[in-house]
Design a protein around this ligand. Structure first.
Ligand SMILES: Nc1ncnc2c1ncn2[C@@H]1O[C@H](COP(=O)(O)OP(=O)(O)OP(=O)(O)O)[C@@H](O)[C@H]1O
Ligand SMILES: [Mg+2]
Length: 276
């Protein structure tokens, strides 16, 4: 006789799978659930799909251990991880995990579907998040190819992106809002230079640029958080670019003289900005 399983059984089956994946990861030296207390927090991030993706990345030896949390954002959590470099040396990685139960999903769709590189993906919730992760990987790769400072993308699987760790002795570099690498005037010019190079050399508009998404590294400013970056063909690319310029001007205006945002836009694009 056929019987539909009780929803509780599904729940149990799921927990079993998660326990099994946890154990498989533990066998590889990756411990995620340390105690009952952190179980609740980690449960939000490390569901079955995410553990499976993590397991695959560990198996491929992209990372060798996972450490503490660096940041809990609106859509993603960032963790520090251990990795063995090309010459066998132990270096760091940053593991960005997009939560599958994210609240900010409508904005993701808007950015993804206007981008010709990603417009033909399936449109379920998970698919959009997987495409979002892949998009951040591609944007980072494209930015680096253009010679613009950003973390080197190392690998991605489903909702997990692994990239180079930016920091020293396990401490991430500060965000630009916390520390400027040079005088305000010079740092402002560098920030505008990053926006210009990103547009002219990488053909990308960051789309969420602010003093939070630029780190101050040992050699100057570094762009991060690039999932939402779009190519100039995106119907809203100019609006995003103008908003990026305005955010940077807003941050520097109390610190030094800034160039009018319309002038910055014209210098970068070679056209006037008209709100559409
Ligand atoms: N590669 C990295 N190396 C070191 N620290 C990083 C790295 N990537 C991110 N971080 C730290 O984690 C923080 C959050 O990262 P990021 O801005 O990419 O995600 P987010 O703002 O949480 O993303 P979202 O807003 O999409 O949820 C950064 O401000 C930075 O402090
Ligand atoms: Mg950010």
């Amino acid at each position: 006789m056929k019987s539909t399983p009780h929803p509780r059984d599904h729940h149990h089956e799921n927990l079993d799978k998660i326990e099994r994946l946890d154990r498989k990861l533990a066998d590889l030296g990756i411990k995620i659930r340390k105690d009952e207390d952190s179980r609740k927090v980690t449960g939000e991030v490390f569901d079955e799909t995410t553990l499976l993706a993590l397991y695959k990345l560990v198996n491929k030896k992209v990372i060798s251990s996972i450490g503490g949390s660096i940041s809990t954002g609106k859509e993603a959590n960032v963790f520090i991880a251990g990795r063995t470099g090309k010459t066998g040396e132990e270096t760091g990685a940053a593991v960005k995990i997009y939560r599958l139960r994210t609240g900010n999903f409508t904005t993701m769709s808007e950015y993804i579907l206007g981008d010709p590189r990603f417009s033909n993906i399936r449109r379920t919730h998970k698919d959009i998040i997987f495409a979002w992760t892949k998009k951040e990987y591609s944007n980072l790769a494209r930015t680096r190819e253009a010679g613009i400072p950003c973390p080197e993308p190392l690998a991605f699987d489903r909702n997990i992106l692994i990239m180079e760790f930016l920091g020293e002795d396990g401490i991430p570099y500060p965000q630009m809002r916390q520390k400027l690498p040079k005088s305000p005037e010079e740092t402002y010019q560098d920030a505008v230079g990053l926006i210009r190079d990103l547009y002219q050399k990488a053909r990308l508009v960051h789309g969420d640029l602010s003093e939070y998404n630029i780190l101050t590294g040992a050699d100057g400013l570094i762009l991060i958080d690039m999932a939402q970056a779009v190519t100039p063909e995106h119907p809203k690319a100019y609006n995003f670019l103008f908003r990026d310029i305005r955010n940077i001007n807003r941050f520097f205006a109390p610190k030094c003289k800034t160039t009018d945002e319309h002038d910055v836009f014209r210098n970068i694009v070679g056209e006037e900005f008209f709100e559409i």
